[in-house]
Design a binder for this molecule. Structure first.
Ligand code: COA
Length: 434
């Protein structure tokens, strides 16, 4: 046994014992997605409830676990603050006890280093190597920034966490205590493509030249886009998220990263959620590197790639080109994430395009997602001055460099036909068109 393995043995404990490091008022910060440590978070919530501790927050980015701190009986002791809302935490985030942190994802590590200090930094990591290092796996976004100023660093070591290439590792000497939990990682089910998604994928495919570098965002849309670009050649991949479809594109040789000016031959990302076969693919795969989010999402790095095409989903866009991708009206749904980081990077890339995509309607076709004005209380994720292309199943609206009146006409042209008359009427009332 070498000295790091001895140190591992000394620091190995149970979740209940590890939870004893937590005090009332502590900020417990988890790294994103599959890096969230469910056993530690639940043990802390349990201790807080049993011991009557108060004011503890679980701060998270894209929760994927149904944690105890979302249940009403725990919320007087441990509540949640969502930097990006995931499915299992959505109800809690939307309740009065939950809270929401607006931020560009690229700014999250610097925020942890300045305004938001973690008392407890915790993460699920891959097993330790012989040199004493754990990989943050495909959850590389902000874990190191959180642990740098934390009073206590707790790890949940999971043999199912892929050990990925890139820059985000933590050493046993930096850790206060660790536990082992080999539960399967949360997975994103693969959904079959809808007719509208296929139509959107085809529109977007025409906008991507061979040898471009692409980013694929979160939500249903990457599926559709990836399926429709199987005939491209020499693509590069630089993204915050690495979706399962990017693996398919790499295995098919569509993405080969040969033409990238930086990180040649490598796909670059910061986090990933997918089926188990994706985690297996990422494990010890030198063709995919994971880096901290302030690195991957830096618009100046993105802009170094000519023909950078960023593709993200949005919830609604108004006639002037303001896009809301994170709330439904005033109710938080997801988060800003890196959408605007990539829109800005693509805008600065020579030949770059940023594409926001959405179905033309929601709620079984009863609601237009092209709006005269954003819904009252909706948060602007991409401003009218940043927006470039918007795509629905009915076509492509190009807004950059267009006047207010031209934008209104472009947006109406991609709305569902049954809403176009009403939108034209509203556009006239708003003096957008004569
Ligand atoms: N008004 C009311 N409801 C709406 C709506 C609108 N304008 N638009 C969508 N909805 C409903 C949908 O009907 C759906 O409801 P359901 O779950 O009952 O079917 C739900 O909201 C989710 O919409 P959907 O389009 O399926 O969302 P998605 O899972 O594909 O995610 C975003 C889309 C925009 C929420 C997601 O991409 C996101 O959070 N983006 C911001 C962050 C980002 O892009 N980061 C960069 C890449 S990682």
């Amino acid at each position: 046994m070498n000295k790091w393995q001895e140190m591992y043995k000394e620091k190995l404990t149970t979740a209940e014992e590890a939870a004893k490091y937590v005090q009332s008022g502590d900020v417990c910060a988890a790294t994103c997605g599959v890096g969230e440590p469910p056993m530690l978070a639940d043990a802390i919530a349990e201790r807080a409830k049993q011991e009557g501790l108060y004011g503890i927050t679980h701060q998270l980015m894209l929760t994927l676990h149904p944690l105890k701190c979302y249940l009403p009986e725990y919320q007087d002791h441990m509540s949640s603050i969502h930097w990006f809302i995931g499915g299992p935490g959505r109800k809690a985030a939307q309740s009065v006890k939950g809270d929401y942190m607006p931020a560009y994802y690229k700014d999250v590590p610097p925020l942890w280093r300045t305004y938001a200090k973690a008392d407890i930094a915790y993460a699920t990591v891959s097993p330790m190597d012989k040199h004493g290092w754990f990989s943050y796996g495909p959850a590389a976004g902000e874990g190191r920034a959180q642990m740098e100023r934390a009073r206590v660093v707790l790890l949940e070591v999971n043999e199912n966490m892929p050990r990925v290439h890139g820059s985000q590792f933590i050493h046993i000497s930096e850790v206060t205590a660790l536990i082992e939990n080999n539960a399967p990682l949360p997975e994103n089910p693969e959904a079959p493509l809808l007719e509208e998604e296929i139509a959107i994928g085809k529109h977007i495919s025409h906008m991507i030249p061979n040898e471009a570098t692409v980013q694929l965002g979160i939500g249903g849309m990457p599926n559709a886009v990836a399926a429709s670009i199987m005939d491209k050649r020499g693509l590069g991949f630089h993204s915050e998220m690495f979706p399962a479809r990017a693996m398919d594109l790499m295995e098919a040789g569509v993405i080969d990263n040969w033409n990238k000016p930086v990180h040649k031959h490598k796909s670059i990302a910061s986090f990933s959620v997918g089926p188990k076969k994706l985690y297996d693919y990422l494990d010890d795969n030198p063709a995919v590197e994971f880096h901290s989010i302030d690195y991957t999402n830096n618009p100046y790095l993105i802009a170094q790639h000519d023909n950078f095409i960023s593709i993200n989903a949005t919830l609604e866009v108004d006639l002037i080109g303001q896009a809301c991708s994170e709330t439904i009206g005033p109710v938080p749904f997801s988060g800003t994430g890196g959408q605007c980081d990539f829109v800005r990077g693509a805008n600065m890339s020579k030949g770059g395009k940023s594409i926001l995509s959405m179905f033309s309607t929601a709620k079984q076709g009863t609601l237009s997602k092209v709006k005269p004005m954003l819904t009252h209380g909706a948060h602007v994720t991409v401003s009218k001055n940043d927006i470039d292309y918007v795509v629905t199943e009915f076509g492509v609206a190009h807004l950059k460099g267009k006047t207010a009146s031209q934008r209104a006409k472009e947006m109406i042209s991609i709305a569902h036909p049954k809403f176009r008359e009403e939108l034209t009427f509203e556009a006239k009332k708003l003096n957008l068109i004569p």
